[in-house]
Every structure is written in structure tokens, then in C-alpha cells.
Design a binder for this molecule. Structure first.
Ligand code: ZN
Length: 135
């Protein structure tokens, strides 16, 4: 059964990202190793990992378009699944962003191969009720 994006909290969005990104197991985004990865506390709500291969730490956001973004995952997900159905103006209104911020977000999403994949997978898991729904 599909979940409505608006019903998810940030933690559930993180779990969804982990499920989509690491469907074949956790891997290091720095050296791509799947072995010698150990949990190392949390960074905000994110599980932090250390790769014993290259000694880098990472979370599920590391190396993705979300890495350095202050926008919560839920808003990214809403933007991702809204792309095909809503205008940039709709997305800006929905997310409470300025038009230019929403425009940049949409541009990043359209340029990202990872997000295109993510979009396909998310649309299998999540639904957006309609464009005019405000969070
Ligand atoms: Zn590594």
C-alpha cells in the first residue's frame, strides 16, 4: 500500500532513503566498499557510519544531492514526486519556498541521475494527494 507523503515524519523519510539507496546493503560513498563498515553514533537524526577501509565517515545523505542541503528530506521528497504533476510555482507554495529556491531545487532534481532513480522508486512507495495540498 502506498503512503501519503504528507503523513511521513522526517525519521520515516530517512528510513525510506536508506531503503532506496542501500537496497543491497550499506556501502561507503567514498570508496564504494561494502565491508568493514561500522555504526558510529548519530549525526542529527542520521545513523553515522565509519568505513574502516578508507576511514571516512558518512550518513545516507553523504554523496547525494541532499548532502549539503538544509532543506528537510520530506520537502525534497515532496518536490521529487511533485515534478511530473505540479508547476514550480505549485511546488514553491507547497514547500513554503521562494520561487527561485524552488526553481533551483527542481533544477538539481532534474540534473541528478540518483534523484531520477529515486523518483521512480518513491512513486512506487508514496503518493501525493494533489497539487494544491499545502503541508
Ligand atoms: Zn570507504
Amino acid at each position: 500500500m502506498k503512503k501519503i507523503i504528507y503523513d511521513l515524519n522526517e525519521k520515516e523519510c530517512i528510513q525510506l532513503l536508506e531503503k532506496v539507496r542501500w537496497k543491497n546493503g550499506v556501502f561507503c560513498p567514498h570508496c564504494k566498499s561494502k565491508e568493514n563498515i561500522v555504526k558510529n553514533g548519530h549525526v542529527n537524526a542520521y545513523q553515522n557510519y565509519i568505513c574502516k577501509n578508507c576511514n571516512h565517515s558518512f550518513t545516507v545523505r553523504t554523496g547525494t544531492v541532499f548532502s549539503h542541503s538544509k532543506i528537510p528530506l520530506k520537502r525534497w521528497f515532496i518536490a521529487v514526486i511533485s515534478l511530473d504533476q505540479c508547476s514550480i510555482m505549485n511546488i514553491a507554495e507547497k514547500l513554503g519556498l521562494y520561487y527561485h529556491t524552488a526553481y533551483d531545487l527542481v533544477k538539481k532534481i532534474r540534473k541528478s541521475v540518483f534523484l531520477k532513480e529515486m523518483m521512480e522508486k518513491l512513486s512506487g512507495e508514496l503518493v501525493l494527494s494533489h497539487c494544491n495540498e499545502i503541508t
